[in-house]
Design a protein around this ligand. Sequence first.
Ligand code: HEM
Length: 189
Amino acid sequence: MAPKSVPLRDTRQLYGKVTRLLHWSIAALMLWQFFGMGLKLLLGRQPVVAFFVGSHQAVGTVLFVLIALRVVWALVNRRSRPDHGAGFWGLAARLGHMALYLVMALVPTIALLRAYGGERAFAPFGFQIFPAQEPPITWTVNLAGALHGELAWLLLVLILGHVVMVGVHESMWRDGTLARMAGRRRAGL
Ligand code: HEM
């Protein structure tokens, strides 16, 4: 029998094509952001660092759009997604994913609020998205100054925890969890 292909929408057995595209493109762009900012922290201002960090605002803005789409798509599919299961680990997975969504959405939103309220025009792609504010909106600037970096590192910790738990599912529990987002053989198709 020919194997069934992955559907566009999510099902109870696995995540569909749209969720997978959003998940893996966000993961790749996040890696770019953290790699660049990690280098900046380790090496300071250097040409190689400027190569990664120079695209930080543009990549972050694209991430904001992808994350907004992802939240909407998760809500549209909320009744037909794989279940996290019962008991302690099910609850932990649910809470962990909620925290991931919340912090993932806050990090670029707060940075964009700062860009909106700043005294310089915001034009990460070469055309103006927000004009310069005169005077600047201090609360948006201060909010991001206080929280953008800190929440971003918290997000990295949550992402690392997420990756470790996928490793536990794969190596110890062998329940096909990764296949729900990256394959189909062990996810019930
Ligand atoms: C999900 C998307 C994003 C991630 C994961 C991310 C991550 C980070 C990280 C890890 C830092 C370093 C903090 C430190 O030095 O300790 C940082 C700094 C920075 N980010 Fe982002 N960022 C994102 C989106 C954005 C966006 C959309 C903008 C601009 C609109 C932006 C502007 C900045 C700026 C100006 C800094 C340096 C000042 C600061 O730490 O606040 N970021 N970001």
